[in-house]
Design a protein around this ligand. Structure first.
Ligand code: KG4
Ligand code: ZN
Length: 346
């Protein structure tokens, strides 16, 4: 079964082809991505209208690239999957519209995928795929969640952020340090040259006893520190970046370890854009090694948004028999869509 996946929820157009055979883990046959970072950079963040228009320009050429890579034709595609939500409404509509038009033209069924389920299952595309059950730390630009995952579609939320996501904390701190957009990668690069203990920044909710997160206060503390430094900020920016990263990473690691202890599980899966962060990876690896926990990550290029994770999530849902692809081409999108709604139905 060949599944074409289209991702267009935010500032990346991703298309990929995944092949699923029997019960084996599906494999990636082709994968193409266009990032809109250069286009949005001038505005300091994503401009939704520009994002939608750019998805329209990119999606078909990327589809052709993927088919060429895979040595497959459109006629061989069995299912067309697309990101149904959450994300920017206009941007989601592009992928949904193109996927449903392709399905109708080819007389093939279509399937709408939850973006976060895509992230969650993306480590299955790595050379070292996890096995169920596991604890998942989902750290994207808009979400920070800890979940217990017992199988495809069997997700139990253990804790989540009550305000900003970890990715937002990276992005907003980077912005107020003048590091531009997207801030996460820029801040973490600068942090490599700084001292993580230079500034004492808060670790919000670290000792709250539950598995929830809060990062809004950290951003305020970074702002206060930046103001206090005034003209000295430039010379101390790397130290401030390193201290900010250390605060975010310490909280994420502590809560992940608590989630593992409480669930009694010995496997951790990290997914979402912040999962690309080197410091987070090394701290999680060290803490996990001490506890005999195995950690799985997506391949680095599949941490941020991509089409492969959408095709993969669709293929795994179909294989698990929990959802059918349908020849129904009237589409809608869900800009807000709690992952919990996926629990028992599609
Ligand atoms: O999962 P993702 O690509 O998009 C969403 O679904 O939101 O995550 C994007 C987020 C942004 O906040 C970005 O700054 C962050 O992931 N990010 C990073 C790194 N790479 C991406 N944060 C810290 N370090 C990185 N290396
Ligand atoms: Zn994402």
């Amino acid at each position: 079964m060949l599944v074409l996946g289209i991702e267009s929820s935010c500032d990346e157009t991703g298309v990929a082809l995944v092949e699923a055979t029997g019960a084996a883990v599906p494999v990636l046959r082709g994968d193409a991505l266009h990032s809109q970072i250069d286009m949005h950079q001038a505005y300091g963040g994503v401009v939704p209208e520009l994002a939608s228009r750019d998805h329209i320009r990119r999606v078909l050429p990327l589809t052709e690239m993927v088919l060429t890579q895979a040595g497959a034709s459109l006629a061989q595609v069995d299912v067309v999957a697309y990101t149904r939500g959450p994300g920017l409404a206009g941007a989601l509509l592009v992928g949904a519209g193109v996927a449903c038009a392709l399905g109708a033209a080819l007389d093939k069924p279509v399937l709408g995928v939850h973006h976060l389920e895509g992230h969650l299952l993306s480590p299955f595309l790595s050379a070292d795929p996890p096995e169920f059950p596991f604890v998942a730390l989902l750290v994207s630009g808009g979400h920070t969640q800890l979940m217990r995952v017992d199988g495809v579609g069997r997700y139990e939320l253990l804790g989540e952020t009550i305000d900003d996501a970890a990715g937002e904390a990276f992005d907003k701190s980077a912005k107020l340090m003048g590091l531009g957009y997207p801030g996460g990668p820029a801040l973490s690069r600068l942090a490599e040259q700084g001292d993580p203990e230079a500034f004492k920044l808060p670790r919000p909710l670290m000792r709250s006893g539950d598995l929830d997160f809060s990062f809004a206060g950290l951003k305020t503390a970074v702002l206060t520190q930046a103001k206090k430094l005034g003209p000295e900020l430039d010379a101390r920016k790397a130290d401030l970046a390193a201290s900010t990263q250390a605060a975010i990473v310490e909280v994420l690691v502590k809560k992940s370890m608590t989630a593992l202890e409480r669930s009694g599980l010995r496997r951790l899966v990290v997914a979402g854009g912040v999962g690309a962060n080197k410091s987070l990876r090394s701290e999680l690896n060290a803490a996990s090694a001490k506890r005999g926990v195995r950690v799985h990550y997506p391949e680095l290029h599949l941490c941020t948004d991509n089409g492969a994770m959408i095709a993969m999530a669709a293929a795994m849902r179909l294989q698990a028999g929990i959802q059918e692809a349908r020849r129904v081409y009237a589409f809608d999108v869900k800009p807000r869509w709690p992952l919990g709604e996926l629990q028992f139905h599609g």
